[in-house]
Each structure stands twice: as structure tokens, then as C-alpha cells.
Ligand binder design. Structure first.
Ligand code: ADP
Ligand code: MG
Length: 289
């Protein structure tokens, strides 16, 4: 009580505004009263204020990152049934959610599987966990991002649009194989993959295995070069399960599901082998077509 009248509280508020310390501005009165009452040393009082300002700053930053991430609502790890995708290790997913290691190296994560298998859910849940740990994430449908980059290209601002995406440690490209076959579109996608290669991570979900990506990139050399960069440092999850919705509906009716029928064609192994050899892309593609 005694310290407060000796300072100009209004002037202190202005100074704290100027210093951009809104939390301290908000709490210093109560803390000062408590410190006076309990006889805190001045250093303890100052440290308590600083700690609160920092904690609140972290909270606000994560809130901002969550808003900018555009994650689909309600898709969390807590409500993801790992037993529905027995080929995926929960421990491995949890390790990826820490972000260290792979995001620092700009490594990628690729989720394959038929529609309804939980790719979007898992991608969003991993994105959310990463944001909560302080990483920056942008979740987007691939076709929306391609459209955005195409507009930027027309306005001669493609480079700055790509640079703006650099602030995201992880870019989630949902439904990668759904984009239309247009040369201009796919080349912006190819440029994005090249620009982020070994620097910034991508999380890609796709219904179509690599063997079908020639429908995404009309030029087979471009497909191979894109896949080559994507898989060079990548974790690949193959979620070869039947639609979760259909299975849960079916289980309600009959109590059982059908076995998965989806497989990744041999081309994946072919691409993995080629990647080590670093063959001439053109001759390689001639051999394959
Ligand atoms: P995909 O992107 O592979 O087509 P989604 O992630 O959109 O599949 O999943 C379809 C629906 O089923 C969503 O509502 C999703 O939340 C739910 N779902 C899928 N897999 C699981 C799972 N393992 N646990 C809980 N919900 C799931
Ligand atoms: Mg999906």
C-alpha cells in the first residue's frame, strides 16, 4: 500500500504501454500489494513480473500461430483411433509431433491411402501438435495453394509468395494428387517442392501412390524429379485401410470390417532405387515409357 502512492500509477501504465509489456501493466498492482504485504525482495518481485509477461507472450504467440495455420477443426491426436491403422506406430507419430530432427532438416512426411482412411485427420492432428510445441504450420488443400501461387506468378510475385511460405516450418499439402493437369499449375508446385527441398518440410496427403503422379505432373521427367526430392528425406505412411466412416458404419451394423485392398505399386520401389543411383532423368524415363 505504501509504495503505490509514491509513484505515478498512470505514468507507469503509459511507460509499460510504450515498452509493450501489457501483462505487467495488468498485474503489477496486485503483485506489488502482495510483495509489500509478504516482504518479497525487490528481485523476486521483478522476476515474477517478467515470468508472467513471457508466459503470456508465449501463449499469445501460439494462439496466433494456431489461427494462421488454418487447421480443420476438431481433428486431434486424442480423437484419432490408432488401432484403426495398425500399420502406423503411435510412438513414431508422437516422435514426429515433437518436430525436432525432421523439421530442422526440412524432411518430409507423406501419407498415402484411399479416401476416408484418416490421412487428413492425422495430418491436421500432427500439425496441431507441432503448433502447440511452438512450430509454425500452414494447412492447405493443394489445389488452393496452387491457385494462390498461380495468381502470384501472373502478378510477377511468385518468388515473394514462396518466400512468405518460408516462415512455416511445415506446409501441409492436403490431397496432393487432386490438382488439375495444367502445365502452369504443376510447374508452380514443382518450384515449391524445389524451393523447400532440404530447407523446409512438407506434409503431403495423397490418394494416389507415386505411380499415378504422372497425372499430376504431365511431364514424366518433372514427376520423377519432384518425387525424387520429396522422398530423399521422408517418412512415408501407407494407410491402406478401408474408409473409417464406412467401417464404423459397417461395424455398427455387422460388428466387422473387410480387409484392406489398397496397395502401392512397384513403381515406389523403382523410384526409391533410382534415387540412389542419380541416373540421368531423361534416359531413365525413356526406359520406363
Ligand atoms: P482421408 O483424408 O484419408 O480421406 P479423413 O481424415 O478425412 O480421410 O477421414 C474421414 C473421416 O473419418 C473424418 O471425419 C475423420 O475424422 C475420421 N477418421 C478417419 N480415420 C480415423 C481414425 N483412425 N480415428 C478417428 N477418426 C478417423
Ligand atoms: Mg482427406
Amino acid at each position: 500500500m505504501s509504495a503505490v502512492p509514491m509513484i505515478d500509477a498512470q505514468r507507469l501504465s503509459l511507460m509499460l504501454n510504450e515498452l509493450r509489456l501489457p501483462t505487467i501493466k495488468h498485474i503489477w498492482g496486485d503483485f506489488a500489494a502482495q510483495a509489500d504485504k509478504e516482504g518479497w525482495p525487490a528481485s523476486r518481485f521483478l522476476a515474477a513480473l517478467a515470468e508472467h509477461e513471457l508466459a503470456e507472450r508465449d501463449r499469445r504467440r501460439i494462439e496466433r500461430h494456431l489461427a494462421e495455420a488454418h487447421l480443420p477443426a476438431g481433428k486431434t491426436l486424442d480423437c484419432f483411433a490408432f488401432d484403426a491403422v495398425p500399420m502406423i506406430s503411435k510412438a513414431q507419430v508422437m516422435a514426429l509431433c515433437a518436430g525436432d530432427g525432421w523439421l530442422e532438416q526440412g524432411a518430409n512426411l507423406i501419407l498415402f491411402g484411399p479416401p476416408g482412411g484418416g490421412k487428413t485427420h492425422l495430418a491436421a492432428a500432427i500439425g496441431l501438435a507441432l503448433v502447440e510445441r511452438g512450430w509454425r504450420v500452414l494447412f492447405t488443400r493443394t489445389s488452393d495453394l496452387v491457385q494462390h501461387l498461380q495468381v502470384a506468378r501472373r502478378e510477377l510475385a511468385l518468388e515473394s509468395a514462396m518466400t512468405k511460405l518460408d516462415k512455416y516450418h511445415l506446409l501441409v499439402l492436403d490431397d496432393f494428387a487432386y490438382i488439375s493437369r495444367d502445365q502452369a499449375e504443376t510447374s508452380v508446385l514443382f518450384e515449391l517442392i524445389s524451393v523447400r527441398y532440404e530447407r523446409r518440410s512438407l506434409l503431403i496427403t495423397a490418394n494416389q501412390p507415386f505411380g499415378e503422379w504422372n497425372r499430376v505432373f504431365p511431364d514424366p521427367a518433372m514427376t520423377l524429379a519432384a518425387v525424387d526430392r520429396l522422398v530423399h528425406h521422408a517418412t512415408i505412411f501407407e494407410m491402406n485401410v478401408e474408409s473409417y466412416r464406412r467401417r464404423t458404419a459397417q461395424a455398427r451394423r455387422t460388428g466387422a470390417g473387410r480387409p484392406a485392398t489398397y496397395t502401392t505399386p512397384k513403381v515406389l520401389e523403382t523410384i526409391r532405387d533410382n534415387q540412389n543411383e542419380n541416373d540421368d532423368l531423361a534416359s531413365d524415363n525413356q526406359n520406363r515409357h
